[in-house]
Write a protein of this length. Structure first.
Length: 166
């Protein structure tokens, strides 16, 4: 993950659901171009925020077993409202189905209870060493970094983060 669009995880029920927050600030560089006279969070970044929330849910559910979690499919994506600077996008994701290395979720982002984005997501999760055992060190590094970031984002039940430092 090169950039984090989740500022805080406020609720987490591993195996079921997550609620996270994305605070939109006028200081965010992309707002200069999107749009100069009417800055709003780009739709693709709203989609990325709900995807990242789903990835945190999978990590917590699986005790950080996989180093890579990526978007495989985004279905029924609907943009319903703008998110302007100074507003907070509340992101919710709920697991609907798990099958092998994929997890299907329903996710939505809203501002003050009004839906801004919604989608059905399919996230794929795996370790790099699954295909090349020489990548096991990289997997361990990524998992450690994700655990550290998770500790900053979520101050709730520490058992959700697990204690295994893979």
């Amino acid at each position: 993950m090169r950039f984090t669009l989740i500022d805080r995880i406020v609720e987490l029920e591993p195996g079921a659901r997550i609620t996270a927050l994305k605070n939109v600030s006028l200081a965010e560089e992309y707002l200069r171009d999107h749009f100069p006279l009417f800055p709003v969070l780009p739709g693709v970044l709203m989609l990325e925020a709900i995807t990242q929330a789903g990835a945190w849910l999978i990590r917590a559910t699986d005790d950080f077993a996989d180093s890579i979690i990526m978007l495989r499919e985004a279905r029924n994506v609907k943009y319903a409202d703008f998110v302007a600077p100074g507003r907070t996008l509340e992101v919710r994701a709920e697991i609907k189905q798990r099958e092998g290395r994929t997890t299907s979720l329903i996710a939505r982002g809203s501002v003050d209870g009004v839906t801004a984005v919604s989608a059905r997501l399919v996230l794929e999760h795996f370790n790099l060493a699954d295909k090349n055992v020489e990548e096991a060190t990289t997997d361990r590094y990524i998992k450690r970094e994700m655990r550290n970031l998770f500790a900053l984002l979520y101050r709730g039940d520490k058992t959700a983060a697990g204690s295994n430092n893979n």
